[in-house]
Design a binder for this molecule. Structure first.
Ligand code: DP6
Length: 348
């Protein structure tokens, strides 16, 4: 190799699940107990940006996240780096010495990491995508490696509407994400994020779902009887651009996920009074409008993600601002939905 330094910079988007991933069957490989489905948001709004420099002269590996040094030996970071390098070595996709060079990784989110807005999904997707660019694994399947960083990250590898199939193999090779439909299929589907509280959640997703798997009775019912049917209905709703069906399944799945969190012992309480008020107001809004114009979904936190069609954005925004004037809680942040395919800014 002529040069002694190589650098890549990539950005990766956040995704918001409409059928939630909750529960693992294998903790270390991050293999889920159910399929999940999400919408990848536009990188113009919420995204992670990662720069990786590989240099023959570096003496240490370094990871900086939002300006703060992280432990490079972190198990999840290690798994992603090792797996990508192993694949590059196996395929001979890049010069051998490049794999020996130490790397400096600098990553940042353009939204508060503490806000519970899927920062690990975009963060790990971005890390793995950037590593794949660095070691020239461009056309390879990498969603299974992103999954080893954080489960939901495997869905952020693709734009548009994305399903993560749980897979059945013990080694997790078939636990991968794939695109159900590209963003261009339904360009007028939008997302509005209501930031109810941007402080860090008390129970992280990883420990919350582990506790649910051990203690919740409802979770078994969900996995066997509900999710397969919901994946089917959701896929059909997306194919038909049937907003009313899409909204119904999204809201029911969010509610069931939080019911499981409450069925967990001790319970995981993520939604707060404002979140529950939002749920009530949205049902009331849809009822008085005479049709379903907006759907809510909540991840492991109190913030609401609202899905709606472009033609209803103005009306819903004015309703939201009227009901939740921007006083002590933050109000609506408008995120224009849906994604671009991946971009890598510079590879030199
Ligand atoms: C509620 O992907 O953050 O957002 O795999 O342990 O890193 P780990 O968990 P994570 O869990 C996300 C859970 C969720 C639902 C979803 O995104 O599907």
């Amino acid at each position: 190799m002529d040069s002694t330094q190589l650098s890549v910079t990539c950005i990766a988007p956040v995704n918001i699940a409409v059928i939630k991933y909750w529960g693992k069957r294998n903790e270390s490989l991050i293999l889920p107990i159910n399929d999940s489905l999400s919408v990848t948001l536009s990188t113009a709004d919420l995204c992670s940006k990662t720069k990786i420099i590989a240099d023959a002269k570096f003496t240490d590996n370094v990871m900086i996240l939002n300006g703060k040094e992280e432990n490079f030996e972190n198990e999840r970071i290690q798994r992603c780096v090792k797996e990508i390098k192993a694949r590059a070595a196996e395929l001979g996709s890049c010069p051998k010495e490049l794999l020996e060079w130490k790397i400096h990784i600098e990553s940042e989110n353009n939204f508060p990491t503490a806000a519970g807005l899927a920062s690990s999904a975009s963060g790990y997707a971005c890390l793995v995508y950037s590593l794949a660019q660095l070691y020239d694994l461009k056309k390879q399947e990498i969603s299974d490696i992103a999954r080893m960083g954080s489960g939901s990250a495997c869905r952020s590898i693709y734009g548009g509407f994305v399903q993560w199939q749980k897979g059945i193999q013990l080694d997790g090779k078939d636990s991968i994400a794939f695109q159900v439909a590209p963003a261009s299929h339904w360009p007028d589907l939008h997302v509005l994020i209501l930031v109810v509280n941007d402080s860090k959640k008390k129970i992280g997703s990883t420990s919350g779902m582990a506790r649910s798997v051990v203690t919740s009775e409802l979770i078994k019912y969900r996995v066997e009887k509900c999710v397969p049917q919901r994946i089917h209905s959701m896929t059909q709703a997306i194919k038909d651009r049937d907003f009313s069906k899409f909204a119904e399944v999204t809201m029911k799945d969010s509610n069931q996920f939080h019911a499981i969190c409450l069925d967990t012992f001790p319970p995981c309480v993520y939604m707060n009074d404002v979140s529950h008020e939002i749920v009530n107001y949205i049902h009331e809004f849809n009822r008085t409008e005479g049709e379903t114009k907006v759907a809510y979904t909540f991840d492991a936190g109190p913030n609401a993600c609202l899905y709606l069609l472009e033609k209803n954005v103005k009306r819903v925004l004015s309703f939201v601002n009227h009901i939740f004037p921007n006083d002590n809680q933050k109000s609506a942040e408008y995120v224009r939905g849906i994604p671009v395919e991946y971009e890598s800014e510079d590879v030199n």
